[in-house]
Design a protein around this ligand. Structure first.
Ligand code: FAD
Length: 313
């Protein structure tokens, strides 16, 4: 038993799941990595629990000409080896432990909407769209609007849509321990060689992953798009601009026991410069996203605990 007094529903279709949600006071149970601890400690006491494991239509993922679509029931483990999105694979690879990656799902990440959630940071960088289904039908919203509004209790996330990669992508993260500790700061960098754009999202500095737009604009103007390279000076300046953006973030996260807000802003700049340096450091052989031109390095930035107990990037 995971929640005393709650009735457990096991629908086979999204339509059936949505009907239970419409009756109110229900929680969706996907991988349970966030929900089960909340039920056990009594932080959540729903009257109904809707287990999604049997809803097979949520478990698919696929690709169109320009878009990838990933069902809400797809796990981090499913994404780790997905060659169609190296950036997503790199992001999934640094989430929690193997147990968490086996259970945790895309829909659960959006449902929890943790401001430092790794997947949410990557989805913010690529301008993903969230597909929702309620009793009145389906709607699609940009991930930023979804995070601003919060999940509706009567709707289910059925999938996310994101553009197919058109260049290098990278996800870098700082955390005191990969498996069991929350992300301190992370950075997703996505280069689009076709549209000549560089998107960046950082988490750990504000109430949701943020886009340092002035830094993105700067780096886009500085890249030599014939070779997709960036000078060393521009890489450094990009990092400084990301730190500046973190310093003026709307809804900034305050200092906490482990790190100060100033440290997190600094770390965000370091990660962003590191990511730009790696993604834009040399000629890329092909503009075709399906070839080796799309690179993503699985990486967690090592964090050193200094004698003063502070984290250093
Ligand atoms: C030890 C540990 C380590 C972790 N490490 C990381 C980490 O490194 N990085 C990271 O980002 N996260 C981490 N997490 C958090 C967690 O794994 C993720 O948030 C996960 O994606 C949640 O997915 P789930 O399927 O387990 O969701 P559940 O726990 O089943 O549900 C979470 C919430 O989402 C809602 N929900 C579920 N499915 C849907 C849906 N389809 N539509 C709408 N709402 C839905 C539920 O109602 C619930 O409110 C960690 C958690 C633990 C316990």
């Amino acid at each position: 038993m995971i929640a005393a007094g709650a009735r457990l529903y096991r629908p086979l279709t999204v339509a059936d799941a949505v009907e239970v949600l419409a009756d109110g006071d229900a929680e969706l149970l996907a991988g349970g990595t966030d929900l089960v601890p909340a039920l056990r400690t009594g932080r959540r006491r729903p009257r109904r629990i809707v287990a999604l494991r049997r809803v097979l239509e949520l478990r698919s993922r696929g690709a169109g000409a320009d878009t990838l679509i990933i069902g809400a029931g797809v796990t981090y483990h499913d994404l780790v080896g997905w060659s169609l999105s190296p950036g997503l694979a790199a992001t999934a690879r640094v989430v929690g432990s193997p147990q968490i990656r086996n259970a945790g799902t895309v829909g659960g990440a959006l449902g929890t909407a943790n401001p430092r959630g790794d997947l949410l940071t990557f989805l913010t960088a690529v301008d993903a769209e969230v597909v929702l289904r309620g009793v009145h039908g389906m709607r699609t919203v940009p991930v930023g609007s979804f995070l601003d509004a919060g999940a509706s209790p009567t709707e289910l996330v059925t999938a996310v849509r994101l553009p197919r990669p058109c260049g290098p992508q990278l996800y870098l993260k700082v955390g005191s321990r990969q498996a069991a500790s929350a992300t301190v700061v992370s950075c997703a960098l996505v280069v689009d060689r076709v549209r000549e754009r560089v998107n960046c999202a950082i988490s750990g500095v504000a109430g949701r992953p943020m886009r340092p737009l002035a830094a993105e604009e700067f780096v886009r103007d500085q890249v030599d798009w014939s070779t997709a390279t960036l000078s060393a000076d521009a890489v450094i300046r990009f990092g400084e601009l990301v730190t500046e953006a973190a310093g003026i973030a709307v809804d900034p996260l305050p200092d906490d026991l482990l790190v100060s807000a100033a440290y997190r802003g600094h770390a965000a700049g370091v990660l962003a410069a590191r990511a730009a340096g790696r993604c834009l450091s040399g000629p890329v052989r092909s503009r075709d996203a399906s070839t080796a031109s799309v690179t993503a390095t699985p990486s967690t930035a090592p964090v050193v605990s200094a004698p003063d107990g502070r984290l250093r990037v």
